[in-house]
Design a protein around this ligand. Structure first.
Ligand SMILES: Nc1ncnc2c1ncn2[C@@H]1O[C@H](COP(=O)(O)OP(=O)(O)O)[C@@H](O)[C@H]1O
Ligand SMILES: [Mg+2]
Length: 257
């Protein structure tokens, strides 16, 4: 996936400002940033839901997105929700397989309103999985879950990523969640990726590793939340954006990206 010189304005206000970002096939990237800094705007552009842009966006044709609110249609049973919007006439078995993958096989015939928050979020993940994505876009998918359900959901995403091998871009406001899951953590600020760091810790991640504490402090400092205040100097300087480009949004096969 490649984004270069991406600009998005809302009523004359620049929310994405010459943003540059590359994600390798199969890479797990977490995106942090203050509320309102443009994370969801970026995800919507990557998902192809917003084309009012300038700049270059190259994304895999097969991509899927899951939002914080599961957005299930209340008048459709869970398995029909999973298949909603898929081209052709996909069979129930396709939905059943994805629901089993997220541990929700027994709820295929349920109505959305009878699901718990964690179940609804898993149904939403199943809906993303039936698209067999090369790029999975997750916008604060665990934000509304209670602490224990959240841990289960994080483990599920880690397992799905390992089994599927797709690239993941996870928006989260939780530094520890980012460090638990990602190969690389980005911080968005001023409409750009202002900071990034690789997370070179073995999996599963050990929160007692001194490198964990060091990364956590650095990211919190960078977010202006806490930390030692030395987080301002990026250890991985981000490539300067190139000159403005004519708008181009293109779905590509992963192997040509
Ligand atoms: N459709 C829209 N129309 C006008 N302003 C918008 C729209 N979508 C987002 N914005 C504004 O863009 C900024 C970034 O929003 P968003 O991407 O949702 O932030 P984040 O997800 O990082 O919290 C906010 O100031 C928001 O109000
Ligand atoms: Mg958002």
């Amino acid at each position: 996936m490649r984004v270069d010189g991406l600009v998005r304005d809302f009523a004359g206000r620049r929310v994405l400002d010459a943003l540059q970002l590359d994600i390798r096939a199969g890479e797990f990237v977490a995106l942090l940033g203050r509320s309102g800094c443009g994370k969801s705007t970026l995800l919507r552009v990557l998902a192809g839901l917003d084309r009012e842009i300038a700049g270059e966006v190259l994304v895999p044709r097969r991509k899927a997105v899951a939002f914080q609110a599961p957005r299930l249609m209340p008048w459709l049973r869970v398995w029909r929700n999973v298949l909603l919007g898929l081209p052709g006439r996909p069979r129930r078995a396709v939905a059943a397989r994805a629901l089993a993958e997220v541990g929700l096989g027994h709820r295929a015939d349920a109505w959305p309103k009878t699901l718990s928050g964690g179940e609804a979020q898993r149904a939403s993940l199943a809906r993303a999985l039936v698209r067999d994505p090369d790029l999975l876009l997750l916008d604060e998918p665990f934000g509304a879950l209670d602490a224990l359900t959240r841990i289960t959901a994080q483990r599920l995403v880690a397992r799905l990523w390992q089994e599927r091998g797709c690239a993941v871009l996870l928006v989260t406001h939780d530094v520890e969640e980012a460090l638990l899951l990602a190969d690389r953590v980005l911080v968005m600020e001023g409409g750009r990726i202002a900071y990034e760091t690789a997370v070179e810790l073995p999996r599963p991640r050990d929160v007692t590793d001194p490198r964990w504490a060091e990364l956590r402090a650095r990211l919190l400092g960078r977010l202006g939340v806490a930390g030692d205040g030395t987080g301002a100097a990026p250890d991985l300087p981000h490539r300067a954006p190139s000159a403005p480009k004519t708008p181009r949004y293109q779905d590509t096969r992963t192997d040509t990206v």
